[in-house]
Design a protein around this ligand. Structure first.
Ligand SMILES: C[S@@+](CC[C@H](N)C(=O)[O-])C[C@H]1O[C@@H](n2cnc3c(N)ncnc32)[C@H](O)[C@@H]1O
Length: 222
């Protein structure tokens, strides 16, 4: 899976809830011909560079490029994902790159309500797109893993991307705006540092350069 754009975003026909199960994601990762890019998400690098390293958690970490990058920056970084295959690949990459001792990996079904490890200095979630019915509960649980004084970073595909033709139109309702994430953070308990759509250039399947928009929310817990 690319860490830059997710043009192959899934499942036109499947029941939408299947998209959040271990089986669905294990099959996605097993069937992927894409090789490990090793590149962290641009928004992670932009938002986290300069923060003092501590304990970090990446939720929906996929093959773990962001977790490995955090470990390389000095963080003690944990990756969780519903896909056992994804986290096994993440652990392998961490070992290859010599940061196994600064990373941990666990299969956790966050949308299914399994507990998220807490007390984190930094919690990140990139391109995790819960269905609306589970949106507040999921991001509430993710935000709850941040310790007092710690940072939450949520990155996703912005609804503006519905018009780029890049995303699967059948899944346009899963795109989310910064305000939807901010609404999951109890008022008064968080200082919202960044809540905006940020554009970047990418290449579509036809090789055209197009501009896409990321939802970026960064907040510090009081
Ligand atoms: C679009 S991928 C993003 C992966 C990675 N964060 C990145 O930016 O490349 C979404 C990830 O969310 C994970 N995911 C889906 N449902 C989940 C769930 N219920 N609990 C935990 N992770 C889940 C998938 O396995 C997948 O790795």
């Amino acid at each position: 899976m690319s860490h830059h754009d997710h043009t192959a975003d899934p499942a036109k026909d499947d029941d939408e809830m299947d998209m959040f199960t271990q089986q669905f994601w294990d099959e996605r990762y097993a069937g992927s011909t894409r090789v490990w890019s090793g590149k962290p998400n641009q928004r992670l690098v932009e938002q986290v560079t300069g923060l003092a390293a501590g304990r970090a958690l990446d939720v929906g970490c996929g093959e773990g490029a962001d977790v490995v990058w955090l470990a390389q920056q000095g963080w003690l970084a944990a990756g969780i994902d519903v896909s056992q295959m994804a986290i096994e690949r993440g652990a392998e990459h961490a070992a290859e790159l010599g940061v196994a001792d600064r990373t941990t990996w666990a299969r956790v079904d966050v949308l299914g309500g399994e507990p998220v490890p807490g007390g984190m200095d930094l919690v990140t979630a990139s391109f995790l797109h819960p269905p609306l019915a589970l949106f507040a509960q999921t991001f509430g649980a993710i935000a709850g893993a941040v310790r007092s004084g710690g940072t939450l970073l949520v990155v996703g595909h912005h609804p503006a991307d519905a018009s780029t033709g890049l995303r699967n139109p059948a899944l346009a309702h899963l795109l989310f705006a910064p305000e939807q994430v901010v609404a999951c953070l109890p008022a008064g308990a968080w200082e919202v540092v960044v809540a905006e759509g940020q554009t970047r250039e990418t290449t579509n399947a036809d090789g055209d350069t197009i501009t896409i928009t990321d939802t970026v929310v960064r907040a510090v817990r009081h």
